[in-house]
Design a protein around this ligand. Structure first.
Ligand SMILES: Nc1ncnc2c1ncn2[C@@H]1O[C@H](COP(=O)(O)OP(=O)(O)OP(=O)(O)O)[C@@H](O)[C@H]1O
Ligand SMILES: [Mg+2]
Length: 470
């Protein structure tokens, strides 16, 4: 596959010619259009990846063309070509979604550079789309289960960073899956045959942590009766996962910074400088920005550790993954404890879907495990669920104030779609619960037609989610 093609839109033939020559010399396929309408046709016909669009054309203003182009499902990048002194228009065009602008007259090098950057941008966009479509039908990545958009964002990031050697800082509440993510990144990296060494920075007392990380020579301190190989050395050729990295003391952080940056260090009490090849992943549920402000975490280390950040959404922000996790854990723990629990009752499903899970997936797993151990029957009922969860709602259904979880990194349209879906889901589920799952009564309470509600329930897959009967 070659580069995406380029379309040049300008009413002046001479201007088009110069640009076309310059870009063709770089190996691009270049099309021309002499007017707005011609441009729109050419975009339909040739699907260029990049459009240079002259803003001053007699028949259709460039901004108008830009507006029309941006309506497309998968619009090309548009670089606005303005006359010198009309930066205002350029700014307006950028606001309307133009990718860049260039003022006439421009140097050929400038044009080349813009085209090159745009192509890189397109390649990234393609890569994202490819990863997304691969994930479209998946409901897990390795051991990480989930099919909501929120967790798929995590899958996409894992896919992207795995092949590289960049450091990854994994953030998320307790029990949200940080450990799983670290393991998955290692497993998918070219270091997967090398070791994955895990160091829990909070479990080790501060006095021992440096010897844990870097090792020590015999006699380095009282009690050092023999040489010890540290985690950095053990991880050579593989990955070092620093869990709870936020709990490390500032003086250890300084040494860690050097080791991560230079891949070299000395054992405690040693003179020899050791070189290693280690990829560093780290995780924390602390707010490191805050720790930096308080002076308990080094800013330079923070940036060194988080070349890429992966943030795990808390379970309550991806409730649609709960049914699938429930079934996964039922199978797992039934087997482990020699039970034959096949499912959960409707009200248990409603309960676990509406509970807030401060301990996230780990808490869900623990709750189900204890229920399975204690339960005799093949279906878990409310009585089997520990009070920490079932007591939280004093009889279902409870109307809970809901908070919109908005992902501000998404394009507006996508964010809105997700928010609307989440709203519909929550509202309808709530009302269905209040009417014992009776669609006719729910529809009338909501002021909807019965068929319309049925349709919504299907679209939002509420039956699968809530275990509602038809
Ligand atoms: N998406 C998921 N699919 C399946 N199991 C999961 C998922 N997320 C977490 N788990 C399970 O939940 C438990 C907790 O996950 P994990 O140890 O990765 O959390 P963590 O974020 O590292 O927690 P902590 O902050 O306490 O270290 C593990 O048993 C893990 O297997
Ligand atoms: Mg962990």
């Amino acid at each position: 596959m070659g580069f995406p093609s380029i379309l040049i839109v300008d009413d002046e033939k001479g201007a088009r010619f110069g640009m076309k020559m310059a870009l063709e010399n770089e190996g691009y396929t270049v099309y021309e259009a002499a007017s707005g309408p011609e441009a729109l046709d050419a975009i339909d016909a040739e699907c260029p990846g990049l459009v240079f669009l002259d803003i001053n054309m007699p028949d259709m203003n460039g901004l108008e063309v830009l507006g029309r182009v941006r309506e497309a499902e998968d619009p090309p990048l548009v670089v606005i070509v303005t006359a010198h002194g009309s930066e205002k228009i350029a700014v307006e065009a950028m606001k309307k979604g133009a990718y860049d602008y260039v003022a006439k007259p421009f140097e050929i090098d400038e044009l080349r550079l813009i085209a090159k950057n745009a192509m890189e941008n397109l390649a990234l966009r393609d890569e994202n789309k490819r990863l997304r479509s691969q994930l479209e039908n998946l409901d897990s990545m390795g051991e990480i289960l989930g099919q909501t958009e929120a967790i798929k964002d995590v899958f996409v990031k894992i896919g992207k960073v795995a092949a590289t050697d960049v450091t990854v800082l994994i953030l998320g509440e307790s029990g949200s899956g940080k450990d799983l993510v670290a393991r998955e990144v290692h497993k998918r990296s070219k270091r997967s045959r090398g070791p994955l060494v895990v160091m829990n920075c909070s479990a080790v007392p501060d006095t021992l942590i440096e010897s844990e990380l870097f090792g020590h020579e015999k006699g380095a301190f009282t009690g050092a009766t023999s040489r010890r190989v540290g985690k950095f050395e053990q991880a050579d050729g593989g990955t070092l996962f620093l869990d709870e990295v936020g709990d490390m003391s500032v003086s250890t952080q300084a040494k860690l910074l050097r080791a991560v940056e230079d891949q070299r260090f000395e054992r405690l009490g040693g003179v020899e400088t050791l070189h290693v090849d280690v990829r560093v992943l780290s995780a924390t549920n602390k707010d490191l920005q805050n720790e930096i402000k308080e002076g308990t975490f080094r800013e330079d280390l923070y940036y060194r550790l988080k070349v890429v950040e992966i943030t795990l959404p808390p379970l309550r922000q991806r409730r649609d993954d709960i049914p699938m996790l429930v079934h996964h854990f039922l199978g797992l723990f039934s087997k482990k404890h020699g039970k034959d629990v096949k499912g959960v009752s409707k009200d248990v499903m409603q309960l676990v879907m509406s509970y807030d899970w401060p301990g996230n997936v780990r808490q869900l797993a623990n709750v189900l495990e204890s229920a399975i151990v204690l339960a005799g029957d093949s279906i878990l009922t409310l009585e089997d669920i520990p009070g920490e969860v079932s007591g939280s709602t004093e009889g279902l259904p409870v109307r809970s104030a809901s908070k919109l979880d908005i992902d501000f990194d998404l394009p507006f349209k996508e964010a809105k779609k997700r928010a609307v879906e989440a709203f519909e889901r929550e509202f309808i589920t709530q009302s269905l619960g209040e009417h014992d799952g009776n669609v006719t009564r729910t529809a009338s309470a909501l002021g909807m037609h019965r068929q319309a509600l049925q349709q919504k329930i299907r679209e939002l897959r509420l039956r699968e989610r809530t275990g509602l009967q038809d």
